[in-house]
Design a protein around this ligand. Structure first.
Ligand code: EPZ
Length: 421
C-alpha cells in the first residue's frame, strides 16, 4: 500500500487549481442512466470514486469513454439493472444508481452499501420515499430489490432528516415519474443544486432549485436528453487548501473556486484570524501569525460542512487556546482524533463534541488514515509537525482528492508518495 512521507515546517506559496467536485460528479454520473443518448461530462476530478462509478455503468452495459477529466457516456446500451456488491462495497455512493435505474427500467437490484468508518450510513429515507412513489422494495441477501412495473408515480415526500443522497436519488427517480413529486426538507447543497439544474436543462420542470422544497414534474418514463455538464468546483477540496495556507502560516491562491460555496469555511477562518482577497473565481488567503481558537458545529448547507470538520480540527490543534467542535451529522466522525493526538495534539472527546487544546508543536510520527477527510486532516497536521510524518492507508485519500501530493508539492510542501515494502 502507498503512504505519504511528509517533512513538516515548510512554508507554502503560489497558487493551486481546484478540481471538479467529487460529490457533484457522482450523482451526475448516476443521472446519466436517465438518458438513452450520449452525454458529455467535463471537469471531472481525477479520483478513484469517479472511476469506480463509471466502471459500474460499464458493468451494467453502458458505454463509457473516460479520459481523466472528461467522460462521454451512453447508457442507451444498458442491459443489466444489478449493481453488484463488489462495486457498491467499494463506494457507498453507488446507491445513487437506485433511483435512476428504477425510474428508467422499472426494476433493479442494488447491493446494500454497508456502513463506513464515519457511521452506519443507513438508506431508510431513500427507500421509504421510493415506496411512497409506488415502488415495492424488498431487502434480501444484502440487496435492495426495487420494482415499479408501471413506472413511478409523483408523490409528496417529507424527509425526516435532510439527506443529500436521499434527495438526489428521489430527484432522479422523480424526473421520469408519472406526475409531480414534491420533496419537503430536501438537501440544498451545491451538489444537489447542480444535479437539479442538469435535469432541468434536459427539459424537466423543476421548481425550488437550491431550496429545501423541490417540485419535479416527471416525463412519464420518457428518457432524458442531457446537455454537456461541467462539474462545479470542489468546495471541500478548496476548504482543505485554505486550511493548508492557514496552518502553515502561508499566503496562497486558489483558482477555480465558487466563493459562495465556501462561505462557511471562509467565515470560520476569518474568526481564526485569516483575511482574504476574492477575485472572480479565485481566492487568496492571508493567515495570521497567531491562530485564534474556534467554535464549530457541523450542520447542513449553507452551515458549516461536516466534510470540513476534520481539517478544521487539525488547524485548531495549532490555535492559541481551546476550540470546541461539535459533529452533528455523523455518529463516528472523530476517527482522526486519536491519530492527531499521536502527533502531539491534545484533543478530548465528550459525546459528539471534541475539545481541542492548542499546542505549540506537533512531532512527526507514523499515522493511519481512516476515512477520506480524516486523511486530509492528518496531511495538514504533518505539514507543520517537526520532523517526518508517514500517513498510511492513503487509499482513503485517493478516493476524493485529485493529486493532493502533487498540488501540495507545487505549493512548496515536502511531500512524497512512497510504496510500503
Ligand atoms: C453526502 O453523503 C456526501 N457524500 C458526504 O460526503 C457528506 O458528508 C454528506 O452528504 C453530508 O453532507 C456524497 O455526496 C457522495 P446524508 P450522504 O444522506 O448522502 C442520515 C465525503 O467526505 N441518513 O446527507 O450519504 C445519515 O446517517 C462524504 O465526501 C439517514 O439516517 O449523507 C447521516 O447521519 C462523506 N437515513 C445524515 O442522514 C438515510 O436514508 C446525513 O446523511 C440517509 C441518511
Amino acid at each position: 500500500m502507498d503512504y505519504l512521507e511528509i517533512k513538516g515546517g515548510k512554508k507554502l506559496s503560489g497558487s493551486v487549481t481546484i478540481s471538479g467536485a467529487k460529490n457533484a460528479a457522482l450523482p451526475i454520473i448516476a443521472a446519466t442512466i436517465l438518458s438513452d443518448k450520449k452525454v458529455t461530462l467535463t471537469n471531472l476530478p481525477n479520483v478513484v470514486d469517479i472511476r469506480t462509478l463509471l466502471k459500474l455503468l460499464t458493468m451494467l452495459g453502458g458505454e463509457v469513454d473516460h479520459n481523466k477529466t472528461i467522460a462521454n457516456i451512453n447508457n442507451g446500451t444498458i442491459t443489466s439493472t444489478k449493481a453488484v456488491y463488489e462495486i457498491v462495497s467499494q463506494m457507498r455512493a453507488s446507491i445513487l444508481v437506485l433511483g435512476p435505474l428504477l425510474a428508467r427500467f422499472g426494476e433493479c437490484e442494488v447491493s446494500l452499501p454497508g456502513g463506513c468508518a464515519i457511521g452506519q450510513r443507513p438508506i431508510d429515507l431513500h427507500l421509504k420515499a421510493l415506496e411512497s412513489m409506488g415502488a415495492t422494495i424488498e431487502i434480501k441477501g444484502g440487496y435492495v430489490r426495487a420494482e415499479a412495473k408501471d413506472g413511478l408515480k409523483g408523490a409528496k415526500i417529507i424527509f425526516d432528516k435532510i439527506t443529500v443522497g436521499g434527495t438526489e436519488n428521489i430527484v432522479m427517480a422523480a424526473a421520469l415519474a408519472h406526475g409531480t413529486t414534491t420533496i419537503i426538507n430536501a438537501a440544498k447543497e451545491p451538489e444537489v443544486e447542480q444535479l437539479c439544474q442538469m435535469i432541468a436543462d434536459a427539459g424537466v420542470k423543476i421548481e425550488g432549485i437550491g431550496t429545501n422544497e423541490l417540485s419535479i414534474e416527471g416525463t412519464c418514463g420518457k428518457p432524458l436528453n442531457f446537455k454537456t455538464v461541467e462539474i462545479i468546483p470542489d468546495r471541500i477540496e478548496a476548504g482543505t487548501y485554505l486550511c493548508a495556507g492557514a496552518i502553515t502560516n502561508s499566503s496562497i491562491t486558489l483558482n477555480r473556486v465558487n466563493h459562495g460555496h465556501i462561505r462557511a469555511s471562509i467565515d470560520k477562518l476569518e474568526s481564526m484570524g485569516c483575511t482574504f482577497e476574492l477575485e472572480d473565481d479565485s481566492i487568496t488567503i492571508h493567515p495570521s501569525e497567531t491562530i485564534k481558537p474556534v467554535s464549530l458545529i457541523t450542520i447542513e448547507y449553507p452551515g458549516f460542512p461536516t466534510d470540513m470538520q476534520a481539517q478544521f480540527m487539525a488547524l485548531a490543534v495549532m490555535a492559541k487556546g481551546e476550540s470546541l467542535i461539535e459533529e452533528r451529522l455523523f455518529e463516528n466522525r472523530f476517527m482522526h482524533v486519536s491519530e492527531l493526538n499521536r502527533l502531539g495534539a491534545d484533543i478530548w472527546l465528550k459525546g459528539s463534541t471534541a475539545a481541542v487544546k492548542g499546542v505549540d508543536t506537533l512531532y512527526g510520527a507514523d499515522v493511519m488514515a481512516t476515512d477520506l477527510r480524516a486523511s486530509s486532516a492528518l496531511v495538514l497536521a504533518a505539514l507543520v509537525a517537526e520532523g517526518t510524518t508517514n500517513v498510511r492507508r492513503i487509499y482513503h485519500l485517493d478516493r476524493g482528492y485529485d493529486d493532493l501530493e502533487g498540488k501540495l508539492s507545487k505549493l512548496g510542501a515536502d511531500i512524497v508518495r512512497k510504496k510500503e515494502v
